[in-house]
Design a protein around this ligand. Structure first.
Ligand code: UT7
Length: 331
């Protein structure tokens, strides 16, 4: 079992675009119904970025909010990690755009790609880097403009995704009884690339007239197959995290799962036997925002007082790759 890593959240913040796409938007354009979308996914609405917005602009806004919450300035940050599958461009990294937009001195900045598990991967990476003593404060951001890779002609996927960003400012904590990353697990099994992917635009299948005509720059997902693995992995993540730490479900202040589908979340909640109010959901209003969904939840839980100092919070995620991850935080 990994040893606890002293980790304090100094501040959190988020940004979501103003424009809301409700289910009616899809009903007007596709062969779908409000009942189908609500019952199969739990989603009522999602946000869509304005033309001038992108992953870096939203990440920057979220970062500014987290820094303000922490009472810090960009100059207090030693390193930036942006978890995203919708970067500004092939290169440079979205993190470099954020670093520049924040007006920071030269600062190590990089992106991390682990799809919907990206934020937990980034959190764990930051926690280990803080332990080294080289970095004092790290900005971890989950930022996605999912609507730019969503095929609005594919009714099975376009209803799912939304845009947004959220950020946390982290610092090492040396008090053994203080805030901590008590447990973490990150894993990948490269068996899923064909079931959930954006097939074209990379080195494997560069952009061409054919890839554009065949709509291969959009998300392709074998939903049912991914669904089955997601349910299984989420339950395993919960079980393993509890077993490894000896924590009982009733000791948890809240569980913040990646928001992929309300039914997937419910299956993990039922496994824990926790009431709905102790299992965070915001999929109803934001849809699936991939790497942004967990930090959006964390920010909301901290800001609304659902979580406070000393509380135990479990984060779980499963996504493309496949990747999956869990973290148990003492706030
Ligand atoms: O974020 C990381 C990973 N992502 C996930 O975990 C997502 C996992 N997958 C899912 O959430 C679900 O599989 C979906 C929400 C994508 C689909 O729900 P489902 O209950 O698995 O439906 P399905 O794909 O088995 O499709 C059932 C039927 C099909 O029609 P037939 O073949 O039974 O005639 C679909 O064509 O529903 C149809 N369908 C729709 N009907 C109305 C698919 N999309 C729609 C739609 N409206 N929007």
């Amino acid at each position: 079992m990994p040893k606890p890593l002293g980790l304090k959240i100094l501040g959190t913040g988020h940004y979501v675009p103003e424009r809301v796409l409700n289910n009616q938007y899809f009903i007007d354009r596709l062969d779908t119904t409000d009942e189908w979308i609500r019952e199969r996914t739990g989603i009522l609405e999602r946000r869509i970025a304005a033309p001038h917005e992108s992953s870096a602009t939203m990440a920057t806004a979220a970062a500014r909010a987290a820094l303000a919450d922490a009472g810090l300035t960009p100059h207090d940050i030693d390193l930036i990690i942006v978890a995203t599958i919708t970067p500004e461009c092939y290169f440079p990294s979205t993190a470099c755009f954020v670093q520049e937009s924040l007006g920071m001195r030269p600062t190590p900045s990089f992106d991390l790609l682990a799809a919907c598990s990206g934020f937990i991967y980034a959190l764990v990476t930051a926690a280990h880097m803080l332990q080294s003593g080289v970095y004092r404060r790290i900005l971890v951001i989950g930022a996605e403009t999912m609507t730019r890779i969503t095929d609005y002609e594919d009714r099975a996927t376009c209803i799912l995704f939304g845009d947004g960003a959220a950020a946390v400012v982290l610092e090492k904590c040396d008090d053994p009884n203080g805030p901590s990353l008590l447990y973490h697990q990150i894993c990948a099994e490269g068996s899923g690339p064909t079931v959930l992917t954006v097939p074209a635009g990379g080195a494997r299948l560069p952009a061409s007239l054919m890839t554009v005509n065949e709509r291969l720059h959009y998300i392709k997902m074998a939903g049912r197959e991914v669904y089955k693995v997601a349910v299984k992995r989420n339950i395993e993540l919960v079980d393993e995290t509890l077993r490894a730490t000896g924590i009982r479900p009733e000791d948890l202040a809240i569980v913040i799962p990646h928001q992929s589908n309300l039914r997937i979340i419910e299956s993990a909640r039922e496994r824990l036997g926790l009431p709905q109010e102790r299992f965070f959901t915001n999929i109803q209003k934001y849809g699936n925002t991939s790497a942004a969904s967990i930090p959006l939840g964390l920010d909301e839980c901290l800001k609304t007082g659902r979580v406070g100092r000393g509380d135990l919070v479990m984060l779980i995620a499963f996504g493309a790759g496949y990747t999956w991850a869990s973290a148990l935080l003492r706030i």
